[in-house]
Design a protein around this ligand. Structure first.
Ligand SMILES: [Zn+2]
Length: 297
């Protein structure tokens, strides 16, 4: 099972939250994402899975949910999230590989994955994993980077860019950084067992000159209006999709939560500082409030 694992993009030790978001001049991107999320998220619910939660930038936006599982491959990003959000029972911190989600099937009522598919070499595989841990009819909000964005289309037309923005295959413009074609993402979602409920195009005006000269509030309002054309065409660098899981299948049994990412066994036996697999006996450790499902302890 371990031999065919796709490579994982690991933010361990990264100051991404500070350098990219807080000091990186990305107030515009942050605010337009918040608007898209508000439009797509169910107003309330019990349990939400946030895949690629990082340092928890978006987590406070999931107020309507009683409990949120923050999942990230990077342990240090989760530590940052923990110090920002605190260790209340509302938040469950899980370090794990999105290709092998450590949860029993049909557990979550909703999931989000924002700026994360971007790092996935095998996107369809991750989407199948997500569908598996979602309840029938659950909502999945997926953000992806769009290769068919206006800038790429113009650059291609002017022959300043070799790859075509119109073909379905992903483009890896830097190591483990992928942009996707909207139609390819829709097809993968449908194959994984989702139907597309709504699309919003986001960050239309992500250009340094505009961000410098147009007041932030105005730029955000302009993007907010443009988002609503997302079902008709997708030419923005970022796209949000609201997908809905198919209605088939039954719910996870009450009390069952984690499953073994290595062999798929569950329910795991809970010890004070570990979850133990009933099948392969691997021990998955709980360290300082973070469940670590990357390597068995
Ligand atoms: Zn196992």
């Amino acid at each position: 099972m371990s031999d065919d694992r796709p490579p994982v993009c690991n933010y361990d030790g990264s100051d991404y939250q500070t350098s990219f978001w807080e000091q990186g001049g990305r107030a515009y991107e942050d605010q337009v994402e918040a608007i898209a999320l508000r439009r797509l998220l169910p107003p309330s619910g019990n349990l939400l899975l946030e895949i690629g939660a990082g340092a928890g930038r978006n987590t406070p936006r999931y107020q309507g949910f009683e409990r949120v599982v923050l999942l990230d491959y990077s342990y240090t990003q989760l530590q940052q999230a923990q110090s920002r959000l605190g260790s209340s029972a509302r938040f469950i911190y899980v370090a794990a590989d999105a290709y092998r989600l450590p949860f029993v099937p049909a557990l979550f009522e909703a999931a989000t994955m924002i700026r994360t598919l971007h790092h996935m070499a095998d996107a369809p595989r991750v989407l199948h994993q997500v569908r598996k841990v979602l309840q029938p009819g659950a909502v999945f909000i997926l953000e992806y980077a769009n290769k068919q964005n206006l800038k790429a289309v113009l650059r291609y037309a002017l022959r300043r860019q070799s790859w075509s923005p119109f073909t379905l295959e992903p483009v890896e413009f830097a190591a483990l950084n992928f942009d996707f074609h909207p139609r390819a993402v829709r097809e993968w979602l449908q194959t994984a067992g989702f139907k597309i409920a709504r699309q919003l195009t986001v960050s239309h005006y992500r250009m340094e000159t505009l961000k410098r000269w147009v007041p932030l509030k105005l730029l955000v309002a302009m993007d907010s209006a443009a988002q609503l054309t997302g079902d008709w065409w997708q030419l923005s660098p970022s796209v949000f999709v609201k997908a809905q899981a198919s209605d088939d299948g039954s719910l996870a049994k009450p009390g069952e939560f984690f499953c073994c990412p290595e062999c798929g066994g569950y329910p795991l036996k809970e010890e004070t500082q570990a979850q133990v697999c009933p099948n392969c006996s691997r021990r998955w450790l709980l360290r300082d409030g973070i469940y670590d499902f990357r390597e068995a302890g």
